[in-house]
Ligand binder design. Structure first.
Ligand code: 5AD
Ligand code: FES
Length: 345
């Protein structure tokens, strides 16, 4: 398949043959051509700018039991911690000094973080840094809760859909969770005026070319402002401990396809990509990503936020992580910018 054929298939929403060709024997040349095209469509919208988000991992407690995740409730060996509101503010202040104009509060589904507690934290961050965007990544909550957090000043919400295939969703998650509720959360967030991020793992157990084609079709119709995709990485204390990790090359191909079909989307080069390949994030940027998310959590807790094994950036200070990423971004001809990095619609 040549690149023109691939692009026209992507534009008509016929993804399966492109995935087959891009992962087949002559896939490397097609992947490179699609990456080049992805960079070309990114350029007029975002130039060479890469946006930076300071990630604060606020809690490793989680009431959920997703089969792939090291923080699942049934992993009794996981070390649990939660940051206090003042710890979180201190991280946000440090992020501001380092030039971050977005903070992402990410955590497990922890009952400690009620609407009241979170609204207080969001308001304090906004009071201290009115030009900073606040992104939440705290799992499923009710519409009323999303509404209160939005009113307190939250700008964006990340909630990966994980898979757009209902039976695959049921395989990856406990019975208490449902595909329908996940989708309802995403619709609620959109209706409340958040910039919304969905996304999925590449190479999760049970994933097939058909489920991936459904993920792409979902993204094409939902048109999220952000889309987080990274390879699956096994965690030793989960039912998927012995499953193989996802592929870096397939992740990059998917980043390129998503950039081509939805040119304005904010697309991170994820930590999971950097975990599987020392140059994974650089490869992600070259494939069309335009966001990086350095870790801003206190170094004392970083190893405890173990979603998967061998996670990188767990020993470094926030400033080290920021300057390391800046060099990496520049090594592929991009530049890290001091900017909120809003979706350009
Ligand atoms: N490997 C890669 N990504 C994972 N996530 C959870 N567990 C893993 C894993 N083992 C991703 C999920 C979740 C996000 C916070 O991290 O997609 O939405
Ligand atoms: Fe975190 Fe390199 S990006 S240490």
């Amino acid at each position: 398949m040549n690149v023109a054929e691939a692009i026209s298939l992507i534009e008509t929403g016929d993804f399966a043959p492109v995935l087959a060709a891009g992962t087949g024997p002559d896939g490397a040349a097609l992947r490179e051509a699609l990456a080049e095209r992805a960079r070309a469509v990114r350029e007029p919208i975002y130039g060479n700018d890469v946006f930076v988000r300071g990630l604060i991992e606020i809690s490793s407690y989680c009431r959920n039991d997703c089969r792939y995740c090291g923080l699942r409730a049934s992993n009794k060996a996981a070390e649990r911690y939660r940051l206090s509101p003042s710890d979180i503010l201190a991280c946000a202040d440090e992020g501001y000094r380092l030039g971050f104009r977005t903070v992402v509060l990410q955590g497990g589904e922890d009952a400690f973080f009620t609407d009241e507690v979170l609204c207080g934290i969001i308001r304090s961050i906004k009071r201290a840094h009115s030009d900073t965007a606040v992104t939440l990544s705290l799992g499923e909550r009710g519409r009323e809760s999303f509404a209160r957090l939005r009113e307190a000043g939250a700008d964006r919400y990340l909630l990966r859909h994980e898979t757009a295939d209902e039976s695959h969703y049921a395989m990856l998650h406990p019975q208490s969770m449902s595909f329908e509720n996940r989708m309802q959360c995403l619709r609620d967030l959109r209706g409340l005026g958040y910039q919304v991020g969905c996304g999925f793992m590449v190479g999760s157990p049970g994933q097939t070319a058909a489920t991936l084609a459904k993920d792409l079709a979902f993204i094409a119709s939902f048109r999220p402002e952000m889309c987080g995709i990274g390879p699956f990485v096994p965690h030793h204390a989960t039912p998927y401990a012995a499953e193989p990790a996802g592929s870096v090359a397939l992740t990059c191909l998917l980043l390129s396809i998503i950039r081509i079909m939805h040119p304005h989307v904010l697309l991170p080069a994820t930590t999971a990509l950097g975990t599987l390949d020392p140059n994974g994030r650089e490869k992600g940027l070259l494939a069309g990503a335009n966001v990086v998310m350095p870790n801003l959590s206190p170094v004392s807790v970083r190893k405890k936020y173990a979603i998967y094994d061998n996670k990188i950036c767990t020993g470094e200070e926030s400033a080290q992580c920021r300057f390391c990423l800046e060099r990496r971004v520049e090594s592929v001809g991009c530049r890290l910018v001091v900017d909120r990095g809003d979706f350009r619609g």
